[in-house]
Design a protein around this ligand. Structure first.
Ligand SMILES: Nc1nc2c(c(=O)[nH]1)N[C@H]1C(S)=C(S)[C@@H](COP(=O)(O)OP(=O)(O)OC[C@H]3O[C@@H](n4cnc5c(N)ncnc54)[C@H](O)[C@@H]3O)O[C@H]1N2
Ligand code: MOO
Length: 399
């Protein structure tokens, strides 16, 4: 699989990543912390929702057959209270969400009645079930509430809470070590000597990894020596499920990542036929997975979206994360590619008819500015020419 002479396709990289890829074990977490976690078991409704017939309006509950006359108000029912059986020929003052009293079969909103001294005049022709939310309308006891593999969004959390769940079973988060190579790197806040730069990838990748569901166990700068890199990989491989590195994975004199990996485990694949992100390296150290991203910031950014997201998604049992959503858009740029597929950073805008894709002018892999307003990657095949107005395939950057 490894070969210095052949560049691999992204599909081959995804295949290598999905070999033996299984979700991590299940754990129960409190609902407050379950946002974006992936459900590890299908959950079933514990009771009907809503649990009782209730009013959809502020108004009056009655028997529909009693409409067309003045009805005395026999009781008043607020949300959270329960009324008593409604006597025939009377109505109950009722508020939104309050349980319908036994005997009532409909509600009329207060704007539609005439309140008089002797009671409330209800116009004729009220239909049974009017403004009533029936028990079990949303879901019935025993039905599937949320399926295994669902990434819990805000609505899912509220829906589960509505069924009384305070804890939910989710797949464990992948533990990730993020290691940086490059003796030129300093942290913001430190001063820069000539030739040094700030470690921008640290902040970008930490944020992306968290968005993709990782638990960051280790974040560390590794000195540019083979010994230091070997030691750092060895140490990290005992702590985490995935080691991610940036930089040092190309062919320079200080590019030790591959050699360190090979001395401890195995390199599954190296170098892709894409731009940016050619020098990607994938491998294993025992059961620990290894993803070596290129150091150029845009290469790291694109590599993270294309490969870390599906990997972490697979480890969390989330099929939706295995591929980025796609749309086609009309290019508002012109470009010509050479021998590698180009993942251009574009800003998609909906013009009422379709998407339009604008590309940042400088698409070099060192220009992170090209990613700041990007919300998609336009995939331009190798050796092709795109003119403004042509349709291009775009991968949406949604975590
Ligand atoms: N002779 C060749 N040279 C290069 C090749 C090649 O095939 N033959 N490939 C080029 C491509 S494509 C890329 S991409 C880069 C990637 O190389 P590395 O992954 O080894 O990355 P470094 O050399 O360590 O760094 C590249 C670049 O990025 C800057 N960098 C690194 N880490 C960070 C960070 N954490 N934050 C911000 N910037 C970072 C680093 O200073 C370099 O400028 O190799 C080409 N060369
Ligand atoms: O693969 Mo590199 O990221 O093109 O510059």
């Amino acid at each position: 699989m490894v070969g210095n002479d052949r560049l691999h396709t992204p599909q081959e990289a995804l295949k290598a990543l999905s070999a033996d890829l299984a979700p991590l074990p299940c754990e129960w977490v409190r609902l407050e912390t379950a946002g974006d976690r992936v459900l590890a078991q299908t959950l079933y409704a514990r009771h009907d929702t809503p649990p009782f017939n209730n009013s959809a309006m502020d108004g009056y509950a009655l028997r529909a057959g009693d409409s067309g006359r003045v009805l005395p108000v026999s009781q008043r029912i607020m949300a959270g209270q329960s009324g008593t059986a409604l006597e025939e020929g009377t109505c109950a003052r009722i508020f939104t969400g309050a349980p319908l009293p036994e005997g009532a079969d409909s509600v009329i909103m207060q704007e539609e009645v005439d309140v008089r001294d002797e009671g409330v005049f209800i116009p004729a022709g009220l239909e049974t079930g009017n403004s009533v939310r029936l028990k079990g309308r949303e879901i019935r006891i025993g039905e599937v509430l949320v399926s295994r593999g669902t990434r819990l969004n805000s609505a899912a959390l509220g829906f589960l809470a509505g069924q009384g769940f305070d804890q939910v079973p989710v797949y464990r988060k992948p533990r990730v070590a993020l290691l940086f190579t490059g003796d030129e790197l300093k942290l913001p806040g430190e001063s820069l000597a000539p030739g040094q730069i700030y470690n921008g990838n640290r902040f970008m990748l930490m944020d992306l990894l968290v968005r993709f569901g990782a638990e960051l166990t280790l974040v560390e700068q590794v000195p540019d020596t083979l010994e230091a890199m070997t030691q750092a990989l060895e140490h990290a491989s005992h702590l985490v499920d995935v080691i991610v590195t940036t930089g040092g994975v190309s062919v320079g004199d200080a590019d030790y990542v591959r050699r360190a990996l090979e001395s401890l485990g195995r390199l599954d694949l190296w170098r892709l036929s894409i731009r940016p992100g050619k020098p990607l390296a994938l491998g294993h150290i025992g059961p620990c997975r290894f993803v070596g991203l290129a150091g150029n910031p845009v290469s790291s950014f694109v590599g993270a979206w294309l490969f870390l997201r599906p990997l972490l998604g697979g480890m969390q049992g989330c099929d939706d994360m295995r591929a980025l959503p796609e749309v086609t858009a009309q290019a508002e740029f012109q470009t010509e590619t050479a021998g590698r597929d180009h993942y251009m950073r574009v800003t998609l805008q909906w013009d009422g008819d379709g998407y339009r894709a604008q590309a940042f002018e400088d698409q070099d892999s060192s220009i992170l500015r090209s990613c700041v307003s990007a919300n998609a990657l336009a995939v331009i095949r190798a050796n092709s020419k795109i003119m403004p107005g042509e349709r291009v395939r775009c991968l949406l950057l949604t975590s």
